[in-house]
Design a protein around this ligand. Structure first.
Ligand code: BES
Ligand code: MN
Ligand code: ZN
Length: 490
């Protein structure tokens, strides 16, 4: 159940009951202390001493007043306030509300630094994302509560506020939909389950859907995804969903997601400390489903194809073996240098098939492709590669706006030339661990012919070990807000 967000016209003086949150800068707090004007300000000035609260970020204080409970959250210095600062403060409001059992917070959205619509959007983002918990498998805790509603209090006359709120509702609910998929058990969220969820979306939003199963993939000669899937009892699926928001235009963007529903590493088995979170190796697939869902709900005037390439990388007597060679859908053959470099295999077949059969204007793939991208960028920024500088520049800008940031890394010819084998056309891992994330991208590049292409390695950003302001530990849904911002603006 998602949180209902409403707009309330007025100032804090018009609030007569409930829990009222003020996100406040150091300067604003100072001026209230020096010369309080309203009754509220007089109470704040008389009841708070500066040693307790001064508006610094991370500070908070609660004041039980006569009718309302007032909660002040610091934003830091005025000049440092951005949408992200507000998103984070709102995330703290969500966490605090859950902790002290406030189900219906009222948050004042008049923060002079930003426009009312930017502020409303950022607060709504922070509340939706910050209040998310994956508690499906917890025995029902009588004491735990959910956030029910958020009232945004503002005096602004801006007519665009409700559309900013709606945008945040849809994009964040979709991000949370992605997080549910990422967090779900690997034996629940199988390739077939992703198909089921895709069919639900198709039905609900009247999207065209095509699903390739084992039989079709065999007939097509998609030998790479079939090789990866061989060791698993769950058959692979390649899923295509089409949203045509602008039927008059021929322009269409294909977004492709890696959907490894569990990555054991295969016969090159992953060790302890690397295997525990591998049910999230379908994050890219979840992101493309979440993105097309949001695009349809927002009725974006864009044409989008979401492609899920899904298999389980399991271990067993049927599993594909290092050293063996398989033929891809594109016709090129691949020697398996390492069965743990499976993501590039399922994506290679998906990229080649999508380019040939859908002829998109551009392809963007999203994948938890390499541990190396975590070594390079940690879990704050995703790695980006490709042949499509225009799209990469736009994605960079969308990343700055949404704080789902991407950073371009090099894909020079020297790297691409290293993707070679003595016995096949290519090898999926033959360059050691050096430049690991780049080599993943270099391998993929061999399966894209002419279509402008971007690859985003989200292995680091898709999941965080410890919680942050608006992220509980675990899945982040990283990518939906980025891609929707990109699609909307391009
Ligand atoms: N799914 C992993 C990458 C990954 C690591 C995702 C950590 C999320 C968190 C991927 O399939 C993988 O195993 N990559 C290998 C590639 C190597 C064998 C060339 C890696 O990065 O170690
Ligand atoms: Mn792997
Ligand atoms: Zn993987």
């Amino acid at each position: 159940m998602s949180i209902k967000v409403t707009l309330t016209k007025g100032t804090i003086s018009s609030i007569k009951s409930g829990d009222l949150f003020l996100l406040i800068s150091e300067e604003q707090f100072n001026s209230i202390q020096k010369s309080p004007k309203t009754d509220y300000e007089k109470e704040i000035a008389s009841k708070i001493v500066k040693s307790q609260f001064s508006g610094k970020s991370n500070q908070k204080i609660s004041l039980p007043l006569k009718k309302v409970r007032l909660h002040l959250f610091g934003l830091g210095k005025e000049k440092e306030i951005t949408s992200e600062v507000i998103r984070k403060a709102a995330g703290s409001v969500a966490n605090y509300s859950l902790a002290i059992k406030i189900t219906d917070p009222i948050v004042c959205a008049d923060i002079s630094k930003l426009s009312a619509s930017q502020t409303c959007e950022a607060i709504t983002d922070g509340i939706h994302l910050g209040a998310y918990r994956f508690d499906k498998y917890k025995s029902k805790d009588k004491d735990s509560i959910k956030l029910k509603s958020l009232s945004l209090l503002t005096n602004s006359k801006d007519k665009g506020l409700s559309s900013s709120i709606k945008y945040s509702n849809i994009t964040c609910d979709s991000a949370n939909y992605v997080r549910d998929l990422q967090m779900e058990n690997a034996d629940v969220a199988t390739p077939l389950y992703l198909e089921k969820r895709a069919r639900e979306l198709a039905k609900k939003h009247k999207l065209k859907i095509k699903v390739l199963g084992e039989k079709e993939l065999t007939k097509l000669g998609a030998g790479l995804i079939l090789a990866v899937a061989r060791g698993s009892k769950y058959p692979p699926r390649m899923i295509f969903l089409e949203y045509n928001g602008n039927p008059k235009s021929k322009d269409k963007t294909a977004i492709l997601g890696k959907g490894i529903t569990f990555d054991s590493g295969g016969l090159n088995l992953k060790p302890t400390k690397y295997i525990e979170t591998m049910r999230e190796d379908m994050s890219g697939a979840a992101v493309v489903l979440g993105t097309i869902k949001a695009a349809a709900e927002l009725k974006l005037k864009k044409n989008v194809i979401a492609v899920v390439s899904s298999a389980e990388n399991a271990i067993g007597t049927e599993a594909y073996k290092p050293g063996d060679v398989f033929k891809s859908f594109s016709g090129k053959t691949v020697e398996i240098g390492n069965t743990d470099a499976e993501g590039r295999l399922v994506l290679a077949d998906a990229l080649a098939y999508t380019e040939k059969n859908y002829k998109p204007s551009r392809m963007i793939d999203v994948a938890t492709l390499t541990g190396s991208v975590i070594v390079a960028l940690g879990d704050y920024v995703a790695g980006m590669y490709g042949t499509d500088d225009k799209t990469m520049t736009s994605l960079f800008n969308s990343g700055e706006k949404t704080h789902e940031r991407v950073w371009k890394l090099p894909l020079y010819k020297e790297y691409i030339d290293e993707v070679k084998s003595n016995i096949a056309d290519y090898n999926n891992m033959n360059y050691g661990r050096n430049a690991g994330s780049i080599m993943g991208a270099a391998f993929l590049s061999k399966f894209v012919d002419k279509t402008p292409w971007t690859h985003i390695d989200i292995a680091g950003t898709s999941w965080i070990e410890s919680g942050r302001k608006y992220y509980a530990p675990g899945a982040t849904g990283f990518g939906v807000r980025l891609l929707i911002n990109y699609l909307k603006n391009n």
